[in-house]
Design a protein around this ligand. Sequence first.
Ligand code: ATP
Ligand code: MG
Length: 402
Amino acid sequence: MNYDRILIRYGEMSLKGRNRKHFVTKLKKNIKFILQEYSNIGIESDWDRMYVLLNGEPAEPVISALKNVFGIQSFSPAIKTEKDIAAIRAAALHIIQQAHSPGNTFKVSARRSDKTFEYDTNGLNHAVGAHILINVEDIKVDVKNPDINLIVEIRQEAAYISGEVIQGAGGFPAGSSGKAMLMLSGGIDSPVAGYLTMKRGVGIEAVHFHSPPFTSERAKQKVLDLADKLAQYSGSVKVHIVPFTAIQETIHKVIPEGYTMTATRRMMLRITDEIRNRQGGLAIVTGESLGQVASQTMDSMYAINDVTSTPILRPLITMDKLDIIKIAEDINTIEISNRPYEDCCTIFTPPSPKTRPKLEKITHFEQKFAWDASLQEAVENTETIMVSARKKPLKDDLEDLF
Ligand code: ATP
Ligand code: MG
C-alpha cells in the first residue's frame, strides 16, 4: 500500500467567496503546470479540497514541488479507502508502520463530514487507535504532542487516511490577481520583493537595467539566475533586459552630480512604466526599503515617483534588512545576490548623492535634454528572455498561465 494521492487544503483563498471558483481554477492550472513532467498525474478539485492523484508517480518529488505553490495552505499525502472500518484500519496501520520508530507516540484525529458513517469521531479514534496499539510494538498514545498525527477523514465519497500535514506556501495562486513589473537588480532586496508580491497572487515580469560595458554578462546572468528562483513559484518569469548605457552617459553629461542618482531612477521608472504599458501590467514592484540608502528616503521617493501615477508596490518598505535577508535565505536567492557584480547604479553613483532631492530642481535639470527619443530607443532595444522553472520543453503555452 502506498500513498495514492495528495490532499490539498486551500486556506486563505477559501475566504474569498466570490472569487473562489477563479482561484481554484487557477490553482489547478498552476499545479498541473508545475507537475507536468509526471505525466500520469491527475487532479480533482471540489469546493474545499483538491486531490493530486499520483497514479503510480513517486510521492517525494511531487511533495517537494507542491511546497512552492502559492494558494496551498497545507497538504497531506493520503491513502483513499472504502468507508469500511477494516480498510481504514489497514491503511492507518500501514502509514504508522512506515513512519514509526520505537518509542514514538501517536494520536488519531478523526473527522467526519458524512454523518451517516457507522462510527462517530470518538468511536473512530478508538477503533483505529486500538488497532494500532494492538499491532505495533513500543508505541504510545499522546493526544497533546504526538510524533505522528494520524488523520482519518470520512467524506461522502470515501475515507482518506494520512500521517502528516505539510505546510504549504500560503498566499494566493500565482497570476490570479493581475500582473506587475518587478524592477529586478542583482541585489538582495528586489528578488524578495518579487517573491512577496507573487505570494499575493500577482504575476511578475522582471525589468533589469543593464549598462554594458560598465556592467558585465555576469551581472546579467545573475539576474537571470534570480528570475529562475522566482520561476520556481510561478512556472516561468519573463525578464526584460533594458540597454541603459546611453541614457546613463547622457545623465552624467547634463545633470549636476548631486542629482544624477535621482535622474537615473526617474528614467528607470519611466522605461519600466512604458514596458508595463505594453505588457498589460497594472503595477510596478521595487525592493525599496525606507531609509536604506540615499535613493530610499521619503524626499527621494517623492521626487522619483513623480514620473508616473502607476501604483508602485514596495513590499519591503518598512522591513529591517535582517528580516529581508531571512526571507532571501528561505527562498534561496541570497547566495546568488551575494555574488560580486557591478550594478549599473552603483557604478554611476556619485560619492554623495542628495538624500533630500527637490522635485522642482530635478524637473528643471531634466529640461536641458529631450529624453523621449532615448527612452523610446531603450524600450525598443529591450531584450526579452523567458526564464522557465522547467528545463525541458514545455507542453503548455506559457502565456496561458497569466
Ligand atoms: P536591491 O537589493 O534590490 O538591489 P538596494 O537596497 O540595493 O536594492 P537600490 O540599489 O537603491 O537598493 O535599488 C532600489 C530598487 O530599485 C531595487 O530594489 C530595484 O527594485 C530597483 N533597481 C535598482 N537597480 C536596478 C537595476 N539595475 N535594474 C532594475 N531595477 C533596479
Ligand atoms: Mg541594489
